[in-house]
Design a protein around this ligand. Structure first.
Ligand code: ING
Length: 317
C-alpha cells in the first residue's frame, strides 16, 4: 500500500514593507483553503513568509530591525493559521525570522517550522548557508545582509511526519549538495525548501539570466542524487523595487518536475506524492550503503575553502 501525501505549494507574491502580518496571514490562510479544497495534507510556504525580505536593506536601528522578527511561534498574528490548519487538517512549512533567547543571549535565525495536520509544531530548522555579506556595501543596487541579520543554524535534521521522513532547508541551502546528502543519510523522503531569490545577483550579474535555471537545477539535482522528493516554494515578484524569481516546483526522486507554479504572485499548485517511490532510487542507483566511498570524501568536511590555484594565487571568495 503506497504512502501518498498530497503536497501543495503556497507560493507568495511580494510582501511590501508596510504589509501587516494579519494581511499576510490572511493570504497564507487563503492559500491553505485552496489547497484543502484539492485534498492537500501539507502546504509549503516560502522563506521569511511573514514579512518583506528585509535583508535587502542596511538597517542600523535595532528596534527597526527587530520588528521583522518573531519572538514566539505561534503568536497572536500567526494563531489564525495554526487554528485553520487544525480545523482543515492541513499541515504546513513556514519560514520566518526568529528572535530567540539562548542562555540569556539574544540570537537571530532564519527559521522554518514543520506543523502537522493537528496544528502542532513537529520540526524546526535554522538556515545553515547564509548568503550575502555582513557589512553595508553601498555599491550594490540592494543589500543582501543575511550574514549580518542571522546566525547559522547547527545542521540538517529530519522529522517523522506525514507518513514519512521529512527534511527542511531554506533558500541558499538548496544550492549546496551537502544540504541534501546530510538529510539523505538520515533517510529523508521529502525535503521542503522556501526561498526568496532576487533575479539580480550583484556579485555576478552574468548569472541573472540563469536565475530560474539555477533554481530548478539545484532542486532537481538534490532530489535525484538523494532519491528524495523536493518541494521548492518562492516568495516572488516585485517586492520593494526588487524583482524575485518564481519557479516554485515539486521534483520527484527521478529528478522530474511533477508540478509547478506559473505566476509570480500568490499561487497554489499541488501534487500527489508517493513516498514509496523514493525506494526506486534509494535502493538502487543511490543505495548509499552499497555504493558510497566515504574514505574518499574526507576533504569535504576537513576543508572550508579551496586550496591555492595551480599558479599559487589564492582563489577569490
Ligand atoms: N537568496 C538567494 C538564494 O540563494 C542568492 C541568494 C541569489 C545566492 C542568487 C546566489 C545567487 O537563492 C537567499 N535568501 O538565500
Amino acid at each position: 500500500m503506497s504512502r501518498y501525501v498530497n503536497v501543495a505549494m503556497g507560493q507568495l507574491g511580494p510582501i511590501q514593507r508596510n504589509d501587516s502580518r494579519p494581511q499576510v496571514v490572511a493570504r497564507l490562510c487563503e492559500l491553505m483553503r485552496q489547497a484543502h479544497a484539492l485534498g492537500a495534507h501539507l502546504i509549503v510556504y516560502p522563506e521569511l513568509a511573514l514579512t518583506t525580505f528585509f535583508p535587502r536593506w542596511y538597517i542600523e536601528d535595532e528596534h527597526d530591525l527587530n520588528q521583522f522578527y518573531e519572538r514566539d511561534m505561534p503568536n497572536l498574528a500567526t494563531e489564525p493559521l495554526f487554528s485553520l490548519a487544525r480545523s482543515l487538517g492541513v499541515g504546513f512549512y513556514l519560514g520566518y525570522a526568529e528572535l530567540a533567547q539562548e542562555a540569556g543571549c539574544q540570537m537571530r535565525y532564519n527559521t522554518s517550522i514543520l506543523v502537522d495536520r493537528a496544528g502542532q509544531i513537529v520540526g524546526k530548522y535554522r538556515k545553515v548557508h547564509l548568503p550575502g555579506h555582513r557589512d553595508h556595501e553601498p555599491w550594490r543596487r540592494f543589500q543582501h545582509l543575511e550574514k549580518r541579520y542571522f546566525s547559522p543554524g547547527p545542521g540538517f535534521g529530519v522529522t517523522r511526519a506525514f507518513g514519512g521522513v521529512v527534511g527542511m532547508a531554506l533558500c541558499n541551502d538548496r544550492r549546496w549538495p551537502e544540504t541534501y546528502r546530510v538529510m539523505g543519510l538520515q533517510g529523508v523522503e521529502l525535503v521542503l525548501i522556501g526561498y526568496n531569490t532576487p533575479v539580480h545577483n550583484a556579485p555576478a550579474p552574468e548569472h541573472d539570466d540563469l536565475s530560474l535555471f539555477h533554481n530548478q537545477l539545484s532542486l532537481q539535482a538534490g532530489a535525484y542524487q538523494n532519491g528524495t522528493w523536493v518541494v521548492g516554494v518562492a516568495k516572488a515578484g516585485l517586492e520593494e523595487g526588487v524583482d524575485s524569481i518564481g519557479g516554485s516546483c515539486i521534483v520527484a526522486p527521478s529528478g522530474e518536475v511533477m508540478a509547478r507554479c506559473h505566476t509570480k504572485g500568490d499561487e497554489m499548485a499541488i501534487a500527489r506524492i508517493d513516498l514509496d517511490f523514493c525506494a526506486v532510487y534509494q535502493r538502487t542507483t543511490f543505495n548509499f550503503d552499497l555504493h558510497r566511498q566515504p574514505q574518499a570524501y574526507g576533504m569535504i568536511v576537513q576543508r572550508k575553502g579551496q586550496t591555492l590555484a595551480a599558479d599559487g594565487t589564492p582563489l577569490g571568495e
